[in-house]
Design a protein around this ligand. Structure first.
Ligand SMILES: *Cc1c(COP(=O)(O)O)cnc(C)c1O
Length: 398
């Protein structure tokens, strides 16, 4: 007897259904794809990979871009080239999609989870410093977590939902304790921190171009860095550590983390639209801000005065006692009306997948998990559709 594998289809495409966040194709995607097919460059050879790497690194202002097969692969390689070793520890935001913490485990290191701050929901840079000062010791140039005895070698801030972390403060802490900073800028491609692009503020940055990110290649990622040695090593590791194209002699274990020419072609077209996407998402967020400000018990991530958010996923926090419904009850109401919404991720210090990782108390992240709901905010969301979402939220209030 054969049993069916689970389907990848998770969004019913029924009439009038409003999805949470789907890719937008409005540029030269087809033209560039046709070039791949006409020239027979389908795999990782061909001109689009290098072109896409150049476009992303130019956009962010970094010296190098290294394309990868996914954002998770980018994080894995970025950790390796940043010198994170087995049994090291990496300080990671607890409130994020799981990929960065998983990548830490891929290198044999351990995540240590840091709480979110309540206004912008990012890694709390004060609590980060507090963790180091109260729970770590400084021993011959190494930062040691007193409760595990392990060395902490990096910080991995994740700019969630389109909004930057407070990078000046994180970089100051990193400088003080000689820690590498690996930014996960996946959800905030196009966002600015004090006028500078997120992803090019730490020592190395990572992006994902999965289906629902700021731009999509169907699947893919990128590492960005200014450091030539790091860039060369990253390119080498993503290509099975091949430095000899003819005899196939490999000096060490590498990875097949290459992006294909087809995916890169889509990426080249998508990045041409990124600025438009950011502008559109800002308008969508603005409409939600205005309409929902009047609804008691509904609040949202407030943009810091030092930030220009990319507004990736528009997310509200539902205060159940003021609004009359919990976030999950509201999610049910939206679903009944054919509208997809979604809670944030289970904070990783609670994740069964990361049992055994150390963490500080993360009460802010826990209440955000309880209260938050992301709303439809695709670039292609129509005014009509957004009105329907707002109407259900306004009318469901008890
Ligand atoms: C989606 C996401 C990733 C993973 O990217 P993939 O390309 O799916 O591997 C990594 N980090 C964050 C913050 C994400 O949201």
């Amino acid at each position: 007897m054969t049993s069916k594998l689970p389907s990848n289809v998770d969004t019913p495409a029924s009439e009038g259904f409003i999805p949470l966040s789907v890719p937008e194709v409005r540029g030269k995607e087809l033209q560039y794809l046709k070039e791949c097919l006409d020239t027979n460059w389908l795999s990782s050879g061909g001109p689009f990979v290098g072109r896409f790497e150049a476009l992303v690194s130019e956009y962010l202002g970094s010296n190098y871009g290294i394309a990868t097969s996914s954002g998770t692969a980018a994080l894995h390689i970025a950790l390796l080239v940043s010198g994170v070793q087995p049994e090291h520890e990496v300080l990671v935001s607890t409130l994020t999609f799981i990929a960065p913490a998983n990548a830490v485990r891929y290198v044999g290191a351990w995540p240590v989870f840091i709480d979110s701050e309540p206004d912008h929901w990012q890694m709390d840079s004060n609590k980060l410093a507090e963790f180091i000062e109260s729970r770590c010791s400084w021993n011959k140039g190494n930062l040691i977590n007193k409760s595990t005895g392990r060395r902490i070698s990096a910080i991995l801030p994740v700019h969630i939902l389109g909004h930057p972390c407070d990078m000046d403060s994180i970089m100051e802490t990193a400088g003080k304790y000689n820690l590498a900073v690996i930014e996960d800028a996946t959800e905030s491609f196009g966002a600015l921190y004090r006028g500078k692009f997120v992803g090019h503020l730490g020592h190395i940055g990572c992006l994902s171009f999965n289906g629902n990110k700021m731009i999509s290649t169907g699947g893919g990622g990128m590492i960005v860095t200014d450091d030539q040695e790091q860039a060369l090593r990253a390119k080498f590791l993503t290509n099975q550590s091949k430095d000899d194209g003819e005899e196939y002699i490999h000096q060490e274990i590498g990875y097949n983390y290459r992006l294909s020419n087809i995916q890169a072609a889509v990426g080249c077209a998508q990045i041409e639209s990124l600025e438009q996407y950011v502008t559109t998402k800002r308008r969508i967020a603005g409409t939600y801000f205005e309409a929902l400000a009047k609804v008691s018990g509904i609040s949202y991530l407030v943009e810091a005065d030092w930030a220009e958010s990319a507004n990736w996923l528009f997310t509200i926090a539902v205060n159940a006692s003021e609004y009359g419904l919990t976030s999950r009850e509201l999610m049910g109401r939206l679903k009944e009306s054919g509208i997809q919404s979604r809670p944030l991720w289970q904070p990783l210090h609670l994740s069964p997948a990361h049992t055994g990782a150390n963490s500080q108390e993360c009460t802010v992240a826990e209440s955000l998990w309880r209260d938050c709901l992301s709303l439809p905010c695709s670039v292609g969301l129509t005014e009509e559709e957004q009105k329907r979402v707002i109407q259900v939220i306004t009318q469901s209030q008890v």
